[in-house]
Design a protein around this ligand. Structure first.
Ligand SMILES: C[S@@+](CC[C@H](N)C(=O)[O-])C[C@H]1O[C@@H](n2cnc3c(N)ncnc32)[C@H](O)[C@@H]1O
Length: 262
């Protein structure tokens, strides 16, 4: 079963990851966070904007709407499958393009972009400081950079078994390279040399169907690896199923947005 931690390279099971991203793209709360991130970038018609780790382009297309056909919204992602899906969605549209590339080797020249953004990618990167510095390389001096991440370690899930729930959410966090990335973004942005770093926080709630996508494969694998007992995992998943049947399921993610100037 595919797991959220597999976003380090989604090519192994693109269908899972495309569904995951499409679901979040449709959420009003995610659209609001993206609108806020766009404000942080001071976008204008004609600007060239990088969307690093763009996935299927959920945030790239709204940027293309603002910069227009004389600007450029460029998505870069390490996954060929995500880039292929994004290119299909672009279907010959002017002012938007997608490239396969790594966060620490962005396939663009120095000072090419007016601004750059990166959403829910730092969770997966081995060297986040190198990625911010690489974003700074391709953005003009005075240009804006905006980083968005989920604070996975702070996931809140309603349960009558809070200690068990804490254990399960900690296992999900530990399955990712940087599960604390949200809270670490502001410090990383400063350490990389961004000026005037501003931090804003948001909360999003997601339904049971999405919880299943995010959590089930990961906690089952944790049981397989001996990090939790099968009984504990089944007890937790069964409780969540029951809460859903009663209309009482609740999950919340905190999202952190850190922005600054090159
Ligand atoms: C959770 S998805 C977020 C996608 C998109 N930013 C969005 O908001 O919909 C994480 C993305 O980061 C990409 N990614 C992971 N490691 C990367 C790397 N080293 N360089 C570039 N992209 C990377 C994955 O392929 C995936 O598309």
């Amino acid at each position: 079963m595919s797991r959220i931690g597999g976003f380090t390279q989604p090519d192994a099971s693109p269908e899972y990851f495309i569904k995951f991203l499409s679901f979040l793209d449709g959420q009003g709360s995610v659209k609001s966070i993206r609108a806020h991130a766009a404000q942080c970038l001071s976008l204008a018609a004609g600007h060239r904007v990088l969307d690093l780790g763009c996935g299927i382009g959920g945030a790239t297309f709204p940027i293309a709407d603002v910069v227009g056909p004389n600007g450029l919204a460029a998505g870069v992602d390490v996954s060929s499958a995500m880039i292929e899906a994004a290119r299909e969605r672009a279907a010959g549209r002017q002012g938007v393009e997608f490239h396969v590339g790594n966060a620490t080797a962005i396939p663009f020249p120095d000072r090419f972009f007016d601004s750059a953004r990166c959403e829910r990618v730092f969770l997966y990167l081995p060297d986040r400081l190198a990625a911010i510095r690489e974003m700074m390389r391709v953005v003009k001096p005075g240009g804006r950079i905006c980083l968005v991440d989920t604070e996975i370690d702070s996931t809140a899930i309603y349960s009558t078994k809070p200690a068990l729930t804490r254990k399960m959410t900690s296992l999900i966090c530990a399955s990712m390279p940087n599960g604390n990335s949200g809270r670490e973004l502001p410090a990383l942005a400063r350490q990389a040399g961004l000026k005037g770093v501003q931090t804003d926080c948001f909360a999003i709630t997601t339904p049971y169907e999405f919880f299943q996508r995010v959590a089930v494969g990961t906690v089952l694998k944790a049981a397989e690896d001996g990090l939790a007992s099968t009984t504990e995992v089944e007890e937790w998943l069964t409780e969540q199923e029951t809460l859903q049947e009663r209309g009482e399921f609740f999950q919340m993610w905190l999202m952190v947005v850190a922005s600054g100037t090159v």
